[in-house]
Write a protein that binds this ligand. Structure first.
Ligand code: PLP
Length: 387
């Protein structure tokens, strides 16, 4: 179980950060469901003092994901939002963050409704258009916060080029890598300084846990994040840490199948007469297809498609049998949703229109079921849509 320095991705996913349990030899890190640790004498302990500060299951997950993303350290939080909020604690009142427009709705809400009150400033540009980034950076800008691909328009930002623009101006780059997963894209190797995930999605992959993680490469960031994880205390619990550790072991095979099913289903939708438009970075019609092919290992499991009207979308969503109507993504089961009324319901209609989130838009998070069952399900549901 010793990893070579040149161990490859799937081997790292399965083994990195994990030793057989020192007490029993258990190959799987146990769920250390404990709040405290007995000390042998005053000032004598085994490196574990209190459950918020240290937990062996959580720390194993943190070592594992740090290696998967190619960072020096990782810190796990109670949700993706808690992880993003922890990153903001590095900043001070008056600082500015430049954010990808069309960012995850919860991120927008945290920035605008919570952190703005504490003196942070945020502005939003389409980071897939590199020309817009430089002029939007001010002397107060500390982070360029990128989401790629975005939800639900699947717009892709060139990470090496965007990072170079930010770094020239002394700005650190944060990437929310939730939608891609580290199998498709490793932002730290592409120039980013900090990576954040909602582990709720592809990293856990089984729709049975909510969590978040921050992966870092600069020592000053690592020191602060270690401090603030304990000081603010939004830690991930041992049970969830264990579930995600189990999830990362199968990340490679799940993502390979996700890529395969994603492309096949996108091609099926693209060819279907009742579908007005299919948005998937793997289709040559996607405006960022070439960039996605260069930057990502496969095109992932998120597909958006337009049926032209709310009525058509409602019919389809009422007819699918295998696909579950639900928010979230990245699980082994296929989920289908209506961005305008679900994930983006709180976005004002004019802003939705500007982003291209029409009432006929439907989003699928493709799971790893048999592709023929997925196609059959969509085909019979599309039959009911008035053409
Ligand atoms: C789900 C999600 C989040 C928030 O994560 P939670 O675990 O739900 O708090 C942040 N960013 C993206 C891109 C997401 O999909």
């Amino acid at each position: 179980m010793k990893l070579n320095e040149h161990a490859r991705f799937s081997t790292i996913c399965i083994h990195a950060g994990q030793e057989p349990d020192p007490a029993t030899g258990a190959i799987i890190t146990p769920i250390y469901q404990t709040s405290t640790y007995v000390q042998e004498g005053l000032g004598q302990h085994k490196g574990y003092e209190y459950g918020r500060t240290q937990n062996p299951t959580r720390m194993t997950l943190e070592r594992n994901v740090a290696a998967i993303e190619g960072g020096t350290a990782a810190f796990a939080f109670a949700s993706g939002m808690a992880a993003i909020d922890a990153i903001l604690t590095r900043l001070e009142a008056g600082d500015h963050v430049l954010v990808s427009d069309n960012t995850y709705g919860g991120t927008f809400r945290l920035f605008e409704k919570v952190r703005r009150k504490f003196g942070l400033d945020f502005s939003y540009v389409d980071t897939s258009n590199l020309d817009l980034i430089g002029p939007a950076i001010t002397p107060k800008t500390k982070y360029l916060f990128i989401e790629t691909p975005t939800n639900p328009m699947l717009s892709v930002t060139d990470l090496p080029a965007a990072s170079a623009i930010a770094h020239e101006r002394g700005v650190r780059v944060v990437v929310d890598n939730t939608f891609a997963s580290p199998y498709l894209q490793r932002p730290l190797a592409l120039g980013a300084d900090l990576v954040v995930h909602s582990t709720t999605k592809f990293l856990n992959g089984h729709s049975d846990s909510v969590g978040g993680i921050v992966i870092l490469k600069h020592d000053d960031d690592v020191e602060w994040m270690r401090f603030v994880q304990n000081a603010a205390g939004a830690i991930l619990g041992p049970m969830d840490s264990w579930l995600i550790l189990r999830g990362t072991k199968t990340l490679t095979v799940r993502m390979e199948k996700t890529n395969e099913n994603g492309l096949a289903l996108a091609q099926f939708l693209d060819a279907h007469p009742k579908v007005k438009k299919t948005i998937y970075p793997g289709l040559p019609s996607h405006p960022h297809h070439a960039l996605a092919a260069r930057q990502m290992r496969g095109f992932g499991g998120l597909i958006s498609f337009d049926l032209g009207s709310l009525e058509a979308a409602r019919t389809l969503l009422g007819r699918v049998r295998l696909m579950a109507l639900a928010e979230s993504l990245g699980g082994v089961e296929t989920l289908i949703s209506h961005p305008a009324m679900m994930t983006h319901g709180s976005v004002p209609p004019e802003r939705r229109a500007a982003l291209g989130i029409t009432d006929g838009l439907v989003r699928v998070s493709v799971g790893i079921e048999d592709i023929d069952d997925l196609k059959e399900d969509l085909a019979q549901a599309l039959d009911a849509v008035k053409g």
